[in-house]
Design a protein. Structure first.
Length: 143
């Protein structure tokens, strides 16, 4: 047995839920449109003057100290060359440490590059670099 109040309350609650759901989807769609473009992958390959394991580990620690935890970074990864993994004819062996950052967009990378922690990292470590290569890539979405 349903009461008149219950007959009015259920449709009102359902309408309210639909309204909240529509508002939430509009807000998230609008937020996506404010991005400055696709995600940007920033891959950096460092060849160090001292290519020893201890120099590599010390450098990795500096990467963690200065380059992790920046706003706009979706992913932060750093590591040393996998010396035991070689694909004949295609493996590149002339680096010691690789750094991979994925940013929300190009604007986030621009802010990161000017950030005082990034600037300090470069200033403190540039004497260690034999060679630095940077590969920036716009990431695509799965079709």
């Amino acid at each position: 047995m349903t009461t008149p109040l219950l007959r009015l309350t259920v449709p009102a609650l359902a309408a309210g839920l639909m309204l909240v759901s529509a508002f939430a989807s509009t807000r998230s769609a609008g937020a996506a449109e404010t991005k400055d473009g696709p995600k940007l992958a920033h891959s950096v390959f460092f060849t160090l003057k001292d290519r020893s394991a201890s120099a590599r580990e010390k450098f990795v620690a500096s990467c963690h100290k200065y380059l992790s935890g920046h706003p706009g970074v979706v992913s932060f990864e750093v590591g040393t060359i996998a010396e035991d993994v070689v694909e004949p004819g295609v493996s590149v062996r002339d680096f010691d440490v690789s750094l991979l950052l994925v940013f929300d967009d190009k604007a986030a990378e621009a802010k990161y590059l000017k950030d005082p922690r990034h600037v300090k990292f470069v200033d403190e470590n540039k004497a260690l670099f034999e060679k630095v290569r940077v590969f920036d890539t716009y990431l695509t979405k799965k079709p």
